[in-house]
Design a protein around this ligand. Sequence first.
Ligand SMILES: Nc1ncnc2c1ncn2[C@@H]1O[C@H](COP(=O)(O)OP(=O)(O)OP(=O)(O)O)[C@@H](O)[C@H]1O
Ligand SMILES: O=P(O)(O)OC[C@H]1O[C@H](OP(=O)(O)OP(=O)(O)O)[C@H](O)[C@@H]1O
Ligand SMILES: [Mg+2]
Length: 284
Amino acid sequence: MKLKIAIQKSGRLNEQSLKLLKDCGISIDNGRDQLKVNASNFPIEVLFLRNGDIPQYLRDGVVDLAIIGENLLYEKGEDLPFVERLGFSKCRVSMAVPKNEFYNSVDDLQGKKIATSYPNTVKKFLKENKVEAELHIISGSVEIAPNIGLADAICDIVSSGSTLFKNNLKETDVILKSEAVLATSPKLSAENTQLLQKLQFRIQSVLKAKESKYVLLNAPNDKIDEIISILPGMKSPTLLPLAKEGWSSLHTVIQQEKFWEIIDELKLAGAEGILVCPIEKMVI
Ligand SMILES: Nc1ncnc2c1ncn2[C@@H]1O[C@H](COP(=O)(O)OP(=O)(O)OP(=O)(O)O)[C@@H](O)[C@H]1O
Ligand SMILES: O=P(O)(O)OC[C@H]1O[C@H](OP(=O)(O)OP(=O)(O)O)[C@H](O)[C@@H]1O
Ligand SMILES: [Mg+2]
């Protein structure tokens, strides 16, 4: 009994997918050019594959799981389920046209030429908007297409927007937002579903820890109640007496994004020596 997980052989998702497995305590020693590796301490085999091939492998049950972009599921695997969002490789799939081109609405794409590596995504978008356009399917460097006269518009992945900017294009419509997900095969066996649950538990502990911070601070005892009222969602923080008479140390876990919102309030309320530490795993 062993799970087979596909991850991208090389490219945007490869490094962070491997890091996630490592953070889950799964050791894989992928020697150079090895396309199939067994973990030494978890019943899982990692297959390094081309991104675009992965949906079909999932469908056929050749692999049980895969780490892929949600956008690829939308393009090639709408029938395939996913069980976790993994929080990395966040991007969107968008339409774009030359910066100086007049663009009011999607109707302006009527009869135009659109270059893309994601034909099904574009077809769905055009159909929903009742627009007919001509597709040019290319496998990369899509943003160059309008500049070389190949197309009037493009549909591609946008993250920082710098590739669009450098190619004098403007984003006009966001078709979908995406991040890496853990997708599953519809043919997953009952035994492997159990293993998947084990893996998911580990992934959730890692993800939860990433979004949380362990905060320690010192404060005079008469300020502790006020400080606790500022801390979001805290039921019962740990309180320890300091050697200094009348002072305590307060320990708590808060969401990283909340921390910056409340730091000034904490200081104003009398908190001192505030330490913010990363959490490696969080088991709930
Ligand atoms: N600029 C980006 N920022 C964030 N995420 C991105 C970006 N570009 C791509 N992605 C995400 O990473 C995934 C993989 O992209 P990448 O360009 O590495 O591979 P690919 O060209 O789709 O596939 P292949 O493995 O066949 O080369 C995409 O499906 C998308 O979800
Ligand atoms: O908005 P940005 O931050 O500029 O990112 C978007 C770019 O990143 C991806 O290309 P990638 O570098 O993966 O090259 P590729 O075309 O070979 O896939 C995508 O295809 C865009 O071109
Ligand atoms: Mg790419």
